[in-house]
Design a binder for this molecule. Structure first.
Ligand code: HEC
Length: 108
């Protein structure tokens, strides 16, 4: 009985650390920056390759909330913006969406 309780506590603690560690910036760097650019401005090559690629700036913010960004990352959009549903956990999808929202907020 004690052992089961202990295992449950360890699992609960592990769950907490995992969500606290969902690092939007690192996830963005690994998964998004190559197309969208490290600061949310896609490099020229990507702008040429993907005409509709999103730029994360003030105009973007007027049309997107953290929730709508999370939706795009989860479901994907058209053929080039793929879904990340199978690559990230829900808390990671939310963390990267918050990071994109912050990036857009910092853009000039
Ligand atoms: C292979 C290149 C590529 C990668 C990698 C990529 N994107 Fe995109 N993304 C695109 C393109 C292209 C579009 C434009 C899609 C369209 O509107 O047709 C887009 C659009 C978006 C949009 C705006 C959608 C809208 O409704 O206007 C968001 C938000 C976004 N991407 C976030 C991300 C995030 C976050 C990641 C990483 C988890 C990511 N993208 C990874 C190419 C990419």
């Amino acid at each position: 009985m004690k052992r089961i309780l202990f295992a449950a506590l360890v699992l609960a603690a592990a769950g907490r650390t995992a969500s606290a560690q969902a690092d939007g910036k690192a996830l963005y760097g690994e998964n998004c920056a190559k197309c969208h650019g490290p600061k949310g401005v896609p490099p020229q090559t990507m702008q040429k390759k993907f005409e509709r690629i999103a730029m994360f700036d003030a105009a973007f913010l007027t049309k997107h909330s953290v929730d709508s960004i999370t939706k795009v990352i989860t479901k994907g959009k058209n053929e080039d913006m793929v879904s990340f549903k199978d690559k990230m956990k829900p808390e990671e999808l939310a963390a990267v969406a918050r990071y994109v929202h912050d990036l857009a907020g910092q853009a000039k």
